[in-house]
Design a protein around this ligand. Structure first.
Ligand code: GRF
Length: 227
């Protein structure tokens, strides 16, 4: 039997995406192991979820370090010690420096609550409402030095409905983040998806557009699967 695929999760807050990963593993929908959970906030509920699941949890608070580099060296030093195959940023709310990104290139993904490249950065639901778009959603992408700018692996779409406010839209998107993340991690853990020299590869072939999650929680190539 091959060794289990090891995931390290970085989270700053609530940790509902972490919980979705843990639940998928427990119920046999994801063949992987969460090797550790890491945070910049000692009080993050995500850490408590990890401890409940008997997973090593570690926090390093930036204010305890003299520089961003020193904080990152400590946090990612602990990440490296659990020897993950993949680092998943799931609501990790700090910029990650270029040296760290470089060290983990192709082995670090982020879930972002917008249909990238639209609405990078913070307050994505507010950005979507202000832009008046009819569709919004979430993306899983490889982390590169450009904030929320790395190659996108997969996306899930939701409608923006009349009367939506930020909390309503955020809740609709979050409901799709969880299945999107789990389905994408399944592909990554099975080694079918990887980062190639000029973008995402699926089964060794370049992906022309992000994979799209259908209503049953299955990822499809949009070029092969009309709406
Ligand atoms: C999610 O919307 C994620 O996409 C964003 O931050 C939120 C984290 O939620 N980056 P949770 O901590 O996983 O519940």
């Amino acid at each position: 039997m091959p060794a289990p695929y090891r995931i390290a999760v970085l989270a700053s807050g609530r940790g509902s995406n972490l919980q979705a990963i843990l639940d998928a593993i427990t119920t046999g929908r994801l063949d992987a192991q969460v090797a550790g959970v890491f945070s910049d906030r000692p009080a993050a509920p995500a850490l408590e979820r990890a401890r409940t699941a008997r997973i090593p949890a570690f926090a390093a608070e930036p204010r305890d370090f003299g520089s961003r580099d020193a904080h990152e060296a400590e946090l990612f030093g602990h990440v490296a010690r659990v020897e993950p195959d993949l680092v998943v940023c799931a609501g990790y709310m700090r910029l990650i420096g270029a040296a760290t990104v470089e060290a983990w290139t192709g082995r670090m993904v982020n879930i972002h609550p917008s249909l990238l490249p639209a609405f990078k950065g913070l307050h994505t639901h507010r950005q979507a409402l202000q832009a008046g778009v009819a569709e919004h959603g979430c993306s899983v992408h490889y982390v590169t030095a450009e904030l929320d700018g790395g190659p996108v692996v997969s996306q899930a779409r939701v409608p923006v409905l009349p009367g939506d406010d930020e909390p309503a839209l955020a809740a609709r998107v979050l409901g799709r983040e969880h299945p999107l993340l789990v389905a994408t991690l399944r592909l990554l853990a099975s080694r079918r998806v990887e980062l190639g020299p000029s973008g995402v590869l699926l089964d060794g072939e370049p992906l022309a557009a992000p994979l799209r999650l259908d209503s049953a929680g299955v990822l499809h190539r949009p070029d092969l699967q009309p709406d």
